[in-house]
Design a protein around this ligand. Structure first.
Ligand code: IVH
Length: 665
């Protein structure tokens, strides 16, 4: 097969696999296989830059960072919807609809709490993404919508090359769990929190750096198609079907009803079910299905007469705040938490709620003993909304932030321009404990059997001060702990030992370097190959890596200047924790069934090290190129082997491509 045909084939295979994974939630291709094919495509595109198109699966990330967003005038204004808050409002709406369209059928869709995103396709390729803005003019956020994996870069349509322009609208949103994790991280760092998933999604889409947007894991449901007649589509249900065929993610929960009483029953039922979804919904949208009937009904000055938003009542509960507890996080941030009289709210019993920081407590005038209203931010995080001063009896106490750390008695400080109070004592047991809990967590060193309760005991007993101490624990020390039998102590010792070969990426995340997440850990590991090499990197060098910004670069160099961290690293090294990529345990099947040749001089690895990496990932290596060679990794000064690979049509990857491939594992 010639290269051009292979390119077309690869694009098709990769598009289909990505669609199955991100849109249908039904993956069919192993990740490693996907990565391998993507790399093959990238290699062809590198040899033929003239073949690269913006809708290629290789073009998801890497959009340029912009100074500010351009403006986009919407083809049709984005209208908002009228709201209904109860059954009476819905019956009223029905009456108005029936007067113009007596036979109307309704489609009811979930109202996802995100923000409208407008997408434009030309010749089936995504050319523009925009925010709602004021409804007439929005902001151009094309580079950012490209990183949302469920948004197709190319529509699935035959004869797509000559396809008329397509304009689709839908809801960009952040899943509840992503929102909760993001806020948790921001709280630990003493940063301002997002009030709800909608604000978080909006903030993420308006990032000037698409790499930041990509880390935020946004998603998208399509629900509207402009100029639908053009596509022979005559109703909302047909639009949803068409959007699905084109490869968009369409929310599967929509239902069709013939009469309003059935709609009302469905709405009330959904109010109970609303917490079961992975994303926050704030109501339902009820639309007249037929476009002919929609035209009949028309618009008011700001909203369609053929649709209405049924808003769920805000879920709040009243309770009493009995105390304020202070939690000291890994970076020393003191977070005040309200202790509440138990109350049932949005699907669960709540006994604690975050108060964020002192400024928030003062702004809301929340006192100990107050009656308070609480809700769940993003449907997950209990939060005190306000106090009810009219219910005070004079016994309430104003809360003061402690001047010394409640755990260690060390000094508490607050930097100018920061909302957070911090314990400055790096030896504070709370900080140690939180740092160890982070170190052993699933995406870090993944040590089974070391839950927070065990870590608390270990730190409390003085057996563990930092993560390095875990590796010198003995079985008899563990079996002395509460609720820890001989068998679990043995298992734990084994799990700790096993974690030594987790590899550099997870280790970098586990160390808790500020701003370095799982993904950044992988990128750094793939690029530098060892902790020693990373330690020597300059801020400038770090900033030049994809996905590493200025703030992260500074955090990394600061980290290695900290003596305490140097000590921790030395301890881990003595314990035999693997600090390079070279000999890490086989991490997968990325190169399974493939034979590779490494040639020339690489900068990150010595040749045998690169070969070991290939073998650790299931591949074979050879010293000579033949027609059986699957690919060649090529460094500086490569000679005859490179020529031979070219003449045989064997794919050749640069060191960067090879590193990127490993980073994606
Ligand atoms: S239809 C003219 N359908 O809710 C019709 N909107 O004011 C336009 N929303 O900001 C909207 N889920 O972003 C529609 N299934 C859905 C929706 C939905 C969420 C948002 C939309 C808009 C607001 C309605």
């Amino acid at each position: 097969m010639d290269e051009k045909s292979r390119l077309t084939e690869l694009k098709e295979i990769l598009e289909r696999a990505a669609h199955e994974y991100y849109v249908l939630d039904a993956p069919t291709m192993p990740d490693a296989e996907f990565d391998r094919l993507l790399l093959e495509l990238r290699a062809i595109e590198e040899r033929h830059p003239e073949w690269v198109t913006p809708d290629s699966p290789t073009q998801r990330v890497g959009g340029a960072v912009s100074e500010q967003f351009g403006k986009v005038r919407h083809k049709e204004a984005l209208l908002s919807l009228d709201n209904a808050f109860n059954e009476t409002d819905l019956r009223e709406f029905d009456r108005r609809v029936r007067s113009a369209a007596p036979q109307a059928r309704y489609v009811v869709e979930l109202k996802i709490d995100g923000l409208t995103v407008a997408l434009s396709y030309e010749n089936a390729s995504l050319v523009r993404g925009a925010t709602r803005g004021d409804g007439e003019t929005g902001e151009e956020i094309t580079a950012n919508v490209r990183v949302i994996r469920s948004i197709p870069l190319r529509l699935r349509e035959s004869g797509a090359e000559n396809m008329l322009p397509v304009d689709v609208r839908g809801e960009g949103f952040m899943p509840k769990r992503t929102f909760a994790a993001l806020n948790k991280e921001r709280e630990a760092e003493g940063q301002a929190l997002f009030a709800n998933p909608r604000n978080a999604a909006a903030g993420s889409l308006r990032q000037l750096d698409p790499a930041v947007t990509a880390e935020r894991k946004l998603d998208f449901f399509a629900y509207q198609l402009l100029e639908a007649d053009r596509w022979g589509v005559a109703s909302q249900t047909e639009v949803l079907a068409r959007l699905k065929d084109w490869g968009f993610k369409v929310n599967p929960e929509f239902r069709v009803f013939d009469d309003m009483e059935a709609v009302i029953a469905y709405c009330l039922g959904m109010e109970e079910k609303r917490h079961e979804f992975a994303y926050d919904i704030d109501g339902l949208v009820i639309k007249v299905d037929s476009f002919a009937e929609q035209r009949e009904l028309g618009f008011t000055s700001k909203s369609p007469r053929w649709a209405i938003a049924y808003k769920f009542p805000a879920e709040q509960a009243e309770t009493v705040l009995t105390d304020v507890e202070i939690n000291v996080g890994r970076t020393g941030v003191l977070t005040p938490t309200a202790v509440l009289r138990d109350v049932f709210l949005a699907g669960s019993t709540v006994g604690r709620a975050t108060l964020h920081n002192l400024d928030n407590i003062r702004a809301k005038d929340i006192r100990i003993g107050d009656h308070v209203m609480i809700h769940k931010a993003g449907d997950i995080i209990p939060e005190v909304l306000r106090s009810l001063p009219e219910k005070r009896d004079g016994t309430e106490k104003v809360f003061e932030m402690p001047e010394t750390c409640p755990t260690c008695g060390g000094a508490v400080t607050r930097k100018e321009n920061e909302a957070a109070h911090r314990c400055e004592n790096a030896d504070c047991p709370s900080r140690q404990r939180e740092a160890v809990i982070h170190f052993v967590s699933r995406e870090a060193m993944n040590i089974d059997g070391l839950g927070p309760a065990v870590v608390w005991q270990l730190v409390g007993e003085g057996l563990v001060r930092d993560a390095g101490d875990l590796y010198t624990l003995r079985e008899e020390q563990l079996s002395g702990l509460e609720r820890m039998g001989k068998k679990s102590a043995q298992n734990l010792i084994r799990a700790i030992a096993e974690s030594k070969t987790r590899g550099l990426g997870p280790l970098l995340f586990a160390l808790g370097i500020r701003n370095v997440g799982v993904k950044a850990g992988k990128t750094l590991a793939a690029h530098f190959g060892s902790l020693d090499r990373l330690r020597l990197a300059t801020e400038e060098e770090l900033q030049n890596l994809p996905d590493i910004g200025g703030i992260m670069a500074r955090s990394i160099t600061d980290f290695f200047r900290d003596e305490r961290q140097t000590e921790l690293i030395a301890k881990l090294e003595r314990a035999g924790v693997l600090m390079s990529e070279e000999n890490s345990a086989p991490r997968g099947t990325l190169f399974a069934g493939q034979t590779a040749v490494v040639t020339g001089t690489l900068t990150r690895w010595k040749r045998p090290e690169a070969e070991a990496l290939i073998e650790a990932n299931g591949g074979k290596t050879s010293s000579s190129v033949s027609k059986n060679t699957s690919f060649v990794v090529c460094g500086e000064g490569a000679g005859s082997k490179l020529d031979k690979a070219k003449s045989l049509g064997v794919p050749v990857y640069s060191e960067e491509e090879f590193a990127a491939m490993l980073a994606d594992i």
